[in-house]
Design a protein. Structure first.
Length: 133
């Protein structure tokens, strides 16, 4: 794993959350995007070398809305950039981690993504990300 790529925050109201984070961070999101594979709207803020991703579910049964129903708004996941997502997935499986999919999916911000189940990581949802070239 190379570095923390971003921190994902689950929100109920996308426009309100974007306004709040603009006020908090003093910068506009550099990108907003709908991710069909996850039924979420996303926006990304960059502060120094850190990226914050806001996530709003677009359907009642989206993973983000289910998360908010159980735990409320807040930090949803930590994403780590990897050089080769397929090799990293194989390594983590071999180490005994439970992955939420057998193959990576196209995620936001031009990335391939795969998630590690929170049961495997002390209750934290971990996202692996690799730039799509």
């Amino acid at each position: 794993m190379r570095n923390v790529e971003h921190i994902g925050i689950a929100v109920k109201d996308f426009s309100q959350a974007n306004a709040l984070y603009f006020q908090l961070l003093g910068v506009e999101p550099y990108k907003t995007e709908f991710v069909p594979s996850e039924n979420v709207n996303t926006s990304f803020f960059r502060v120094g070398g850190t990226k914050i991703e806001l996530l709003e579910g677009t359907t009642e049964d989206s993973a983000i809305n289910r998360y908010i129903q159980k735990r409320g708004e807040g930090i949803h996941h930590i994403a780590f950039e990897v050089e080769d997502i397929y090799k990293e997935m194989a390594r983590l499986k071999q180490e005994g981690f439970t992955l939420l999919s057998d193959t990576p999916k196209k995620g936001a911000d031009n990335k391939l993504v795969c998630f590690v189940h929170p049961r495997s990581a002390n209750g934290v949802l971990i996202e692996l990300t690799q730039e799509i070239y």
